[in-house]
Unconditional design. Sequence first.
Length: 666
Amino acid sequence: MILVSFALFKAGDGMVSNELSAEEDAAAQKKWDEDLKKMPWLRFLPLNGYFNGLKSLVAKADHIPEYPNPNVEAPLGEPPLSQDIPKPKLYDPYNSSDSSVKTCYLDKEEKIPAPSLYAYDGVPQYMPDPSIGSHSIFGIRDDVCFDRFGRYGPYGFGYKLVDGGSDVGVDTESSGSEAVWEKTGQINYGQIDWGDVQERCAAANKHRFAEPDPDTESLNFDEGKKGRIAVVIRLYTGFQWTQLAVLNFRAMITELSLKSGGEYNVHFLLHVKDNDTPIWSDDVTVQMLLDSNVPPEFHGLVTLWSEAQMELFYPGKFEDPISKPPINNPALRGVHGVFRSAHLPLQVFALQHPEYEHFWNWELDMRYLGNWYELFDRLGHWADQQPRKLLWERNERYYVPAHHGTWENFTAAVEQYTKDSGKPGVFGPVEFPERGQLRYEQRGGSAMPASCLANPDDPECGVGEAADLITLNPIFDVHGSAWAFSNDATGYGKTPPRRCAIITASRLSRRLLMAMHEQVWRHHHTMFTEMFPASVAFHHGFKAVYAPHPVFLDRAWEPQGSAVDKVFNGGRDHSTSAVGSPFDLRNEHNFKGATWYFNSEFAGLLWRRWLGFAQLDARGKTGHRKGGGKIRGGKAEEESEASSGRMCLRSFLVHPIKFESPDDKK
């Protein structure tokens, strides 16, 4: 459908020829005109400020964003360059004043402390600002940038596999990279056992965290103890591991678990696709599965599951969805399957791990430019401070700073949109037939704080209350949205009210997962994977929050601000809900140039350029033509005298990353 291509090439391939026959040229132009009618954003000019490197760094106060910026017309030209490569600094987003945190080590002899990543002061001149979301509202620093060596060098990037590294990055531009190993040297990861490392870290810091009561399994928060958080990475048999994937998960374990003193623990939830494999009855089979599907260093972090196992946990007859397939089950798959019900194994995992208060559900093809702990910690604290009043209304909208201004202006706009709609805001549990009461509700309990029940209009209602669900895309009303799986709801009879957040990456509380678990085993209720957590929260009054993290666009959408808002908040009452939703199948093409959505193409282009690999950038007007576009990036370009050096980017999430290096593509 779309002609934008982000193929990857090795360095030195150069320009691609645009020479076409008259017939080919006419056909290409016709196709281009047709695509412009479907995807008007293709006519916007591509932004190139993302690709400016270390020689273009300026202090944030001197930074001129290429876009959005009402004072300049994008795209901008080449930035002024320095002849010197700056030196990176240790990056530490942790609470260093907490004396209760015990240092965690990679080795049993406690001689090798967990390393830190490095960042550069300043940002590349002309690097665009986020078109959606923000760093500042979360307290995530946006006055620094990360290059590939500072980000991954501490974990094995940039040195040989035989030396305990990864072999990745050794053939990319590397001037000044030795600074990241000055304090630690190049750590040998050849024999590391992350399961053992993480367990030792947790044991050393056990005094800091709430433990489950042996009888009730409820967490004991006496003496100011903190809750712990599991990061559950969804793995599957047959996944093709690469050294870059290994580096990513080394970084996650180090930054989230070890450097935080055990506040987070990382787990792999391995989906065994063969339902006949006896994963719960034969240790030899389990070991063979691990050896075949997981690098040895991660074996101690793996929990196995299968769809057949889910049928045992959730037995009985599940009614057909609210209308006949394929309308309501377009996937044409069983209700216990991972595609429709990926939440089931996470519910079981939570049931088996009462030591955790919250669970981040994470996917293999997500990467982060920055420190993982800073991201998860700041999102969590911000979400916990969000008031409940008009929370669902804020949740269903993208925050577009160039259009809405400050976050305070955005919240005021949402209040006005709600008033103009003539409908009351959503507050508390939603009553409807066949909702299915939870046991604590039958006993008179509520997910709402007592202060909120007493005074729903209290602006402080919900402030300081831990969020039960944190999503990374808006939580929208699927009714009328034309989202592909909007009617995939099982066991409710009539159509229930539904909410959804696209992309399953999210933080879920124990109590929300246990409510979902009860709905499935007791009431035989479930919905499509991306819809069930938000809908259960909606039905029962749990606190759900969309966290508007920074999302960048590859083009200069015009008019600035309003063009982005019109498309991404094009649904009911200037939101993502109902008719006009950006999640309508006919509208999802708009995300191809974003850095965060399941069909994004720009995320991969940007990530691979940042890693130092040359690529075909086909975003220009002639990129749609056969042989069109230009090879950019790579070692030769980054080392040239006219180059600004290797890329350095502010922190943000990218998804999906389906391949990373030229070898992965093969």
